[in-house]
Design a protein around this ligand. Structure first.
Ligand code: SF4
Length: 332
């Protein structure tokens, strides 16, 4: 299975490649991708350098263009597709049908991957994207059980990529309205779940910190308590007289123990989440997964999860906790 790692800047891309990523996915410094954080992502020159660095070492670079343009801004997405082709990207990762259609017509030789944001969870949906836009791969949403992934691998007309590690998202991806509701800006159109200009941290007496999104209190942390991303879905709210993570625990997906099953199912690629994370995270996570995958490929029967791998990953997990997420769901 290919290891696909995230990078939000050139040092992170280099760390991913040096750590053993087979491919790195990146975004331009604008709202054409779903990690449009200030100070993150690549200028054209940085991306040219990054692609050169990866290609010199036999690795691939995929460019995420996976947000949803509105009609007034479609030209920005079309221009980004042109830039990706011009830079020699190995694929674009897109979700919106207009963007996929433009890329397929204008740059038929540039491979197209269906983004997780496309939310294709059925054989019929995958077949449609394949027939209509010639997608070469699809990234599955993080809402499927491992049994559902296995069934799709057997039936899908294209190779499948699944999320292996990193922050979770509880929505059927591409359809979340939570931050639109609170801020008017959405992850789908503006590329970020908690736009920085709406985030306000306050120091409270006793060392506590609170975080608000557009004035809405979404969490309060005790002194020294690790803070997750300030998204509405991971906030703590008073419900029925109790304050708790009413929608989602801030915890990271970690499917290390599923490597044998995903390999057996025929999954083509494992994706690490976290373009917003630094080079240290990406370097460590890439190294651990590289070693785990290589050891599994060399001796699948003898393979077991090594405790030092889990320790290294837990140190970089959101909230320092990990979960198998929907993969281990007993119901379907
Ligand atoms: S706000 Fe939460 S549920 Fe919505 S897209 Fe962002 S991470 Fe996913």
């Amino acid at each position: 299975m290919q290891l696909v790692c995230p990078a939000g800047n050139l040092p992170a891309l280099q760390a991913a490649v040096d750590g053993g990523a087979d491919a790195v996915y990146v975004g331009f410094r604008d709202q054409t991708n779903a990690r449009a954080f200030p100070g993150l992502n690549f200028s054209e020159d940085e991306l040219r350098a990054g692609i050169e660095y990866a290609h010199a070492r036999g690795r691939k670079v995929y460019i995420a263009l996976n947000t949803y343009p509105d009609s007034a801004r479609f030209g920005d997405w079309a221009a980004a597709v042109d830039r990706a082709a011009g830079l020699g990207a190995d694929a674009i990762i897109a979700a919106e049908i207009g963007v996929l259609d433009y890329a397929a017509r204008r740059h038929p030789l540039l491979p197209r991957h269906l983004s997780v944001q496309g939310s294709a969870t059925t054989q019929a949906a995958l077949r449609w994207y394949h027939e209509r836009f010639g997608i070469a791969r699809a990234v599955l949403p993080r809402v499927l059980s491992v049994q559902q992934v296995e069934r799709l691998c057997a039936a899908a007309p294209v190779p499948l990529e699944v999320f292996a590690f990193g922050s979770l998202c509880i929505m059927v991806e591409g359809r979340c309205q939570l931050s639109s509701y609170v801020t008017g800006a959405s992850p789908n159109r503006h590329g970020v779940c908690s736009p920085a200009r709406f985030v306000r941290w306050d120091e409270l007496p006793g060392g506590e910190r609170s975080v608000r999104l557009n004035g809405v209190l979404i969490d309060r942390f005790a002194e020294g308590e690790p803070a997750g991303y300030p998204t509405v879905c991971k906030g703590r709210f008073a419900v029925g007289g109790e304050v708790f993570h009413a929608l989602e625990e801030p915890t990271s997906l970690n499917t290390l123990e599923l490597i044998p099953r995903l390999a057996q199912a025929g999954v083509a690629a494992l994706k690490i989440e976290g373009r917003q994370r630094g080079a240290a995270y990406i370097g460590t996570v890439a190294r651990v997964w590289r070693e785990a995958l290589d050891r599994h490929a060399a001796a699948p029967e003898a393979w077991t999860v090594q405790p030092q791998w889990q320790q290294a990953l837990a140190a970089h997990a959101e909230g320092h906790q990990t979960t198998l997420g929907p993969y281990h769901r007993a119901w379907h």
